[in-house]
Design a protein around this ligand. Structure first.
Ligand code: 13P
Ligand code: SF4
Length: 339
């Protein structure tokens, strides 16, 4: 499978490989990584969808928003980004004096690949005066065209910070945009038709089967999911009880598993997050709404890759200063908003 990448270059979906590291090799790699990170004054940041053993070696695991904040405030000289390309770019934009390394350049994002800076310029020209709000899953060039950046964790806060009478161009995720429209029906919001191939595939039918099988479970849904729109619609019509159904960012989901007083959760997002959930609440049970929901881009990062990235100083992610300056304004507006 390929997606349209930056500048229309195709973005190939990597094949998920099993790195075949046994427990002993994992322990050795963890030690090597910690030693190299200490010597290089490096911090390892990992997204919630990373492989379990990569999460376990990180200094900080979190969602896009948390990782952006961490990258902005760290005192380390080197940031190893165990995540995807747009996340490493965001770190490079926020910390231009730091050396940001992405262990594998195949770590793209099908959602970020749905829109280019030229697309945004054309769209803005069609809707003069509209405020452009873009999800963090975008390239640096796209962010440079935005007024505000947002993540799934703070999208409604960002929308609420924009004057009521302003129209909004929301990009690139269609399902997250539909979520915004439903939650803020009085706002004028135009939505880009982009989607993440992983979340789009998590459908209402699959989720409903799991809900029937585990009626006592609470349901955690990422707003990028194909099923999210249907759920909100059904809740709005009063067809389903909103109690026990939560539409949240990845970090919001991790928090919910410790805060909600139930012992079982159905999880509708990329399955890598369940490792972190299991660590946070070992006594609870987590059921993937769709066990096939695996992001091959995220899984390109392996422990060996993280170790080599530190040892060989690769792959250095940089953003041209003019693009970075303009993109930073949009990201800083987001980072400045409280949760
Ligand atoms: P979060 O912002 O919730 O971490 O999600 C990022 C992402 O890539 C979702 O697919
Ligand atoms: Fe991009 Fe989807 Fe992977 Fe998230 S899960 S990084 S949105 S392709």
């Amino acid at each position: 499978m390929t997606f349209r990448g930056a500048g229309d270059a195709p973005l190939a979906l990597p094949v998920i490989e099993n790195p075949g590291e046994g427990p002993e090799e994992i322990a050795v790699l963890h030690q090597e990584i910690r030693e190299l990170a200490r010597r290089r004054n490096a911090v390892v940041l990992a997204h919630n969808y990373q492989r379990p053993e990569v999460q376990d070696t990180a200094d900080f695991v979190g969602d896009s928003l948390g990782l952006s904040r961490q990258a902005a405030r760290t005192e380390a000289e080197v940031i190893i980004f165990a995540g995807v390309h747009f996340m490493a770019e965001t770190a490079a934009i926020l910390s231009p004096e730091k050396r940001v390394l992405l262990p594998d350049l195949r770590a793209g994002c099908s959602l970020a690949a749905t829109i280019t800076a030229e697309d945004v310029r054309r769209w803005k020209a069609e809707f003069p005066g509209y405020i452009a709000v873009g999800y963090v899953n975008t390239t640096a060039e796209v962010k440079a065209e935005l007024d505000y950046c947002c993540t799934s964790g703070n999208v409604l806060e960002v929308i609420d910070a924009i004057p009521e009478d302003s129209g909004i161009l929301f990009l690139p995720d269609f399902f997250l945009g539909a979520h915004v429209r439903r939650m803020r029906p009085h706002r004028r919001v135009e939505v880009w038709m982009g989607e993440c191939h992983v979340h789009k595939g998590i459908r209402s039918e699959t989720l409903n089967e799991a809900r029937e099988r585990y009626p006592d479970a609470e349901v955690l849904v990422h707003p990028e999911c194909g099923c999210a729109g249907q759920l909100i619609y059904e809740m709005g019509r009063g067809d389903i009880d909103p109690e026990g159904l939560h539409i949240l960012s990845t970090e919001g989901m991790v928090r919910a598993v410790t805060e909600r007083p139930v012992s079982r959760f159905i999880v509708a997002t990329e399955t890598g997050i369940m490792h972190r959930m299991q660590q946070m609440a070992p006594e609870k049970q987590f059921i993937a709404a769709d066990p096939e929901a695996v992001c091959a881009f995220m899984k390109t990062i392996t422990l060996t890759g993280v170790r080599d990235s530190l040892a060989l100083d690769r792959h250095h992610i940089t953003v041209p200063p003019d693009i970075a300056r303009r993109a930073r304004l949009a990201i800083e507006r987001m980072v400045a908003l409280g949760r």
